[in-house]
Design a protein around this ligand. Structure first.
Ligand SMILES: Nc1ncnc2c1ncn2[C@@H]1O[C@H](COP(=O)(O)OP(=O)(O)OP(=O)(O)O)[C@@H](O)[C@H]1O
Length: 316
């Protein structure tokens, strides 16, 4: 029996938006990113998750040609990030959303139109107008959230095939966050746009993303289709009978995290075959899996088949 779902088979044979092979970046104080290998299939909406300082911004920087890797390679739709092809197909919304403060909103959009042959004025104006941001206002006079909206419009108007967003929602109120996310989702679904978005808002990611890349300490901890990553785990609850925090009958499996609470033990595991013992088992939520991995840095990484790359292919 095949272990691949139809989606995975399509992902594994289809186009890659991003492929990274042994990607690393070293700053003076040490490695910000180390030996990262993964693949993001085209058309997926991928959440990039990790603790502060994990290397998320650095990773995105390598994909959009703002950071030069110290080791390894990264390819955007098969091309080098610095190539005209990759630049044309990629838009980046940076954490600090740099814009010309003296430009008006209309001038900012005009600049977008003049610099980008595939510019979509309709969507750019729609994003700005739906937030009641006056087209004549200077960017420097806007609130942080309004500036985010303009930066979003500028990036979106380029009609990218790959949209990379670094914590785009951090300064937006919940209503605006929801509105811009639904614009993003609708446009991504209509045009098959690949999205890579970092966020610390796990609940937002759970409702938006169908793909996930988790990094910690500069390394990939988990990568792949969300459903597949979740079903690779079981959340077990049972009576605590032994002495240790990890029950003996779970030793044959990968125990991501185990906690004892009075007479009860709860364990998040990656089962490697049938689980012995009297356990109540359920599929964990995305938040439960993410938090457990972030709390347990020693757990071996989990890379699903569609996110796997062959290191030998890097030289090809
Ligand atoms: N330009 C730089 N010079 C030196 N060190 C840097 C530079 N940029 C990032 N670093 C270091 O690299 C590591 C990863 O930083 P990065 O900004 O990629 O993390 P992050 O996951 O985006 O963090 P956060 O969630 O806090 O935004 C950190 O230790 C950071 O101090």
């Amino acid at each position: 029996m095949s272990t691949y779902t139809d989606d995975e088979r399509l992902d594994a044979t289809g186009e890659s938006a991003i492929e990274a092979y042994g990607l690393g970046k070293r700053y003076r104080r040490g490695w910000a990113l180390k030996d990262c290998s993964f693949r993001l299939p085209a058309g997926r909406v991928c959440g990039l998750v990790g603790p502060n300082g994990a290397g998320k911004t650095t990773l995105m920087g390598t994909a959009v040609n703002l950071v030069r890797p110290t080791a390894g390679t990264v390819r955007i739709f098969g091309a080098e990030p610095g190539s005209a092809e990759a630049k044309r197909r990629t838009a980046f919304l940076a954490q600090d959303k740099p814009l010309f403060r003296r430009f008006t909103v209309a001038e900012t959009l005009r600049m977008g139109r003049e610099l980008n042959p595939h510019w979509d004025q309709r969507i750019a104006e729609q994003i700005v107008r739906s937030g009641d941001v006056p087209l004549g206002a200077r960017v420097g006079s806007l609130s942080g959230g309004q500036r985010t909206r303009v930066a979003f419009a500028l990036a979106f108007g380029r009609r990218p095939d790959l949209f990379v967003l670094d914590e785009p929602m951090s300064d937006l109120d919940p209503l605006v966050r929801r509105e811009l996310m639904s614009v993003l989702m609708a446009e991504a679904a209509e045009h098959g746009t690949t999205v890579l978005m970092s966020s610390h808002q796990l609940a937002d990611l759970e409702s938006i993303c169908d793909y996930l890349l988790v990094i910690a300490g500069g390394g990939v901890r988990m990568a792949g289709d969300v459903d597949e990553l979740l079903t690779a785990h079981a959340l077990l609850t049972g009576a605590h009978t032994g002495d240790g925090v990890v029950p003996r009958e779970l030793a044959a499996h990968t125990v991501v995290e185990s906690r004892v609470n009075g007479r009860q033990v709860t364990a998040l595991i990656r089962p490697d075959g049938p689980v012995a013992g009297a356990w109540q088992a359920e599929i964990p939520s995305l938040e439960e899996v993410l938090l457990a991995y972030l709390r347990s840095p020693g757990t071996p990484p989990l890379i699903s088949p569609s996110a796997h790359v062959d290191p030998k292919a890097a030289a090809a």
